[in-house]
Unconditional design. Structure first.
Length: 234
């Protein structure tokens, strides 16, 4: 629960944010803001909820900024300050790639959006690690056996869900993701976009394709009156 929640007036802030309609960073003007704080005497924190309007196309986006006293760092002079985390809604998308995720599980959708958020913000190391995490989620969700991601990708191929070329590319993304996590070595933007194309094929094969098939079959069965009926009790 918040201890304090208030609307902020007299705003004139302008800042650069990613616009999903313009597909680039543009100057946004703030249109409204609320601030909230909480605390229990030992730990405290706060949120800022802001609405911004793109100066290029008038598209509106929403941003939250959050902080708490347990997440802090030091500036160049050694002074302590609270680290602020910013999150934009809808998440920034890239002009280079857009995922189809109509039938993708919500948890995976969130993970992909975080990866795209990092990519749109040119945080390429985070995007590289995020891509590896997306692959790991998919193979686990597909119940691929194996003691590590290398084995689980091979199992995905053994199950017939990917071909040998996709298998080799996923293994390449895995090794690059490992390098990103342990050595801060990021993929180049064109490599990330190419990797997203491979991921889209996975989403189509495992989630979107079967999801559309099931939905269209349900619609056809309803139209022709051939829906499967619950068995009646003897």
């Amino acid at each position: 629960m918040f201890d304090k929640f208030e609307r902020v007036s007299g705003l004139s802030e302008r800042k650069q944010l990613h616009c999903n309609s313009c597909r680039r960073k543009t100057i946004h003007a703030i249109e409204g803001q609320c601030r909230a704080t909480w605390g229990d005497g030992h730990v405290d924190g706060g949120y800022t909820f802001s609405t911004y309007r793109c100066g290029g196309c008038d598209t509106v986006c929403y941003e939250t900024a959050s902080w708490h006293s347990e997440d802090y760092d030091y500036d160049d002079d050694g002074h302590i300050y609270a680290v602020t985390t910013y999150t934009q809604y809808p998440p920034p998308s890239s002009a280079s790639f857009a995922f189809e995720m109509e039938y993708v599980p919500p948890a995976l959708t969130n993970l992909i959006e975080e990866m795209m958020y990092a990519f749109a913000g040119t945080k390429l190391t985070l995007a590289t690690v995020g891509m590896r995490m997306v692959i790991e989620f998919i193979v686990n969700d597909a119940n691929c056996p194996g003691k590590n991601l290398l084995a689980k990708i091979d199992a995905l191929h053994a199950q017939g869900l990917i071909d040998e070329r996709q298998q080799a590319l996923l293994q390449k993304i895995r090794t690059r993701g490992n390098a990103g996590a342990h050595g801060a070595a990021a993929m180049a933007p064109k490599e990330l976009v190419a990797g997203m194309g491979v991921l889209q094929l996975l989403l189509e094969r495992i989630y979107n394709g079967p999801g559309r098939h099931a939905e269209l079959m349900r619609q056809a069965e309803r139209a022709f009156g051939t829906e499967a009926k619950e068995p009646t009790a003897p």
